[in-house]
Design a protein around this ligand. Structure first.
Ligand SMILES: Nc1ncnc2c1ncn2[C@@H]1O[C@H](COP(=O)(O)OP(=O)(O)OP(=O)(O)O)[C@@H](O)[C@H]1O
Ligand SMILES: [Mg+2]
Length: 295
């Protein structure tokens, strides 16, 4: 079941919100290794990138090239790296409400309702109960889940669950949203619809978005810039700007040219060879949630 939805525009004019918003990210010469029995595995090698406030950056690259690892560093879930990561000029030393997270699968707790799942973001914060309730209701409405606050995750479709996960990330009023293949598990039609909604949300709120995706068309549809990573070690191969107005038309000549150029790039982007040991991918695990909630 897919609820008919639209992210509701806020009352404030976009320009004003964009001025009011912060949300810059600086990745400065960041390298990351994992220690394996056989020695260190260099996964990210000297990555540098500046993301402007309100910018939409997509990260694409072969499997295992370090996309999730980079996002985990930006989220503050992993602080063991070389180089510097700054959010609005401040070093990222842990997780925080100002950086919202959306995972590939929704990670809703099955024994909690939508409302309770969204309210989880307030764990260990001093936001008063009445304000929590009001903000949770507002975010549930914004993602089009009106009437489903009391539903449990098993009563939702995949798309609705992802919307609930987006509401959970937004309820903390982040100025940066980090998305790790958030639409990867959805059918093609739901995916296109949620892409449109993410675009509207981004345009209305001016939130900085950093989205990992395997879907090049999705990246071209949404992003201001597309960072192409290559594998082993993960390096920035190139950064593709997408200077097209929104809403973008997928059949438009410039759209197709950029998309096909990236596809050609992907042709010789190899997936990282599988690690011979400790294959644990940098997915978001239960411990991440524990860390996230102990703000
Ligand atoms: N905890 C860990 N211990 C050891 N190696 C790890 C760990 N987490 C990730 N790696 C390795 O780091 C590399 C990058 O993993 P990462 O999950 O960031 O890739 P990815 O680009 O997100 O891949 P995918 O597109 O498949 O999600 C892989 O080789 C992986 O095996
Ligand atoms: Mg990944």
């Amino acid at each position: 079941m897919n609820a008919p939805i639209n992210f509701t525009a806020t009352q404030l004019p976009v320009a004003e919100l964009r001025r009011a918003r912060s949300g810059s990210l600086r990745i400065e010469h960041v390298s990351k290794s994992f220690q394996l029995k056989s020695g260190p595995l260099l996964v990210l090698d000297d990555i540098s990138l500046t993301v402007e406030p309100g910018e939409f950056v997509a990260i694409v690259g072969g499997s295992g090239c370090g996309k999730s690892t980079l996002l985990r560093l930006l989220a503050g879930l992993d602080t063991d790296y070389q180089g510097q990561l700054l959010h609005d000029g401040q070093p990222i030393t842990g997780t925080g409400l100002q950086r919202g997270l959306v995972f590939q699968d929704h990670r809703l707790f099955p024994w909690l309702t939508v409302e309770q799942n969204v309210a989880l973001s307030f764990t260990n914060t001093d936001v008063p109960a009445a304000e929590r309730k009001q903000r949770v209701a507002a975010e549930i409405a914004r993602v089009g889940l009106d009437g489903f606050a009391d539903a449990y995750p098993h009563q939702l479709s995949g798309g609705m669950s992802q919307r609930a996960a987006i509401a959970r990330a937004l309820v903390g009023r982040p100025d940066v949203l980090l998305l790790d293949e958030p639409l990867g598990a959805l059918d093609a039609l739901t995916r296109v619809r949620l892409q449109q909604e993410l675009r509207r949300l981004w345009q209305d709120e001016g939130i900085t978005m950093v989205m990992v995706t395997h879907d090049i068309e999705e990246a071209v549809y949404l992003a201001d810039r597309i960072v192409v990573l290559e594998a082993r070690p993960g390096r920035v191969r190139r950064i593709q700007p997408v200077p097209l107005a929104h809403p973008r038309q997928r059949g438009q000549t410039e759209f197709v040219t950029i998309r096909d150029g990236l596809h050609a790039d992907f042709g010789d982007l190899r997936d990282a060879p599988p690690a011979t040991e400790a294959p644990g991918l940098a997915q978001w695990g239960a411990e991440d949630w524990a860390r996230r909630l102990a703000l």
